[in-house]
Design a protein around this ligand. Sequence first.
Ligand code: 5GP
Ligand code: ZN
Length: 110
Amino acid sequence: MDDCLFCKMVAGEIPCDKVFESDKVLGFKDIYPQARTHLLFIHKEHTSNVNQMSGEQIATIFEAIKTHTEEGLVEAGFRIVTNFGSNAGQTVFHTHFHVLGGEKLSSFGS
Ligand code: 5GP
Ligand code: ZN
């Protein structure tokens, strides 16, 4: 999609620090990390929020997160978050799942 930051990353037009890539999913480091490990996982097909995604797309992303986290994050623990809409803090309107971990995280919502 034109003018979408994350679609431009998928297309290789904007650089990102990749941690995972398959034909359908991209995982990369968040530029403003909120935890020792802060990754973003996206489906390469553009949707604006999680409710626009098919069950298959969601499953594909979660399989990718599972595969990636099994290579290092499981022991420390992690949190998966998706912000839906600006009231929830969504600022990039290409659906993404934050994976936060690598340290003790604050209680949810605080
Ligand atoms: P949201 O607030 O929409 O849930 O999350 C968007 C995330 O994208 C934020 O955590 C923000 O730090 C991250 N972000 C914004 N611009 C860039 C960028 O150019 N590169 C990377 N790697 N992350 C970005
Ligand atoms: Zn997009």
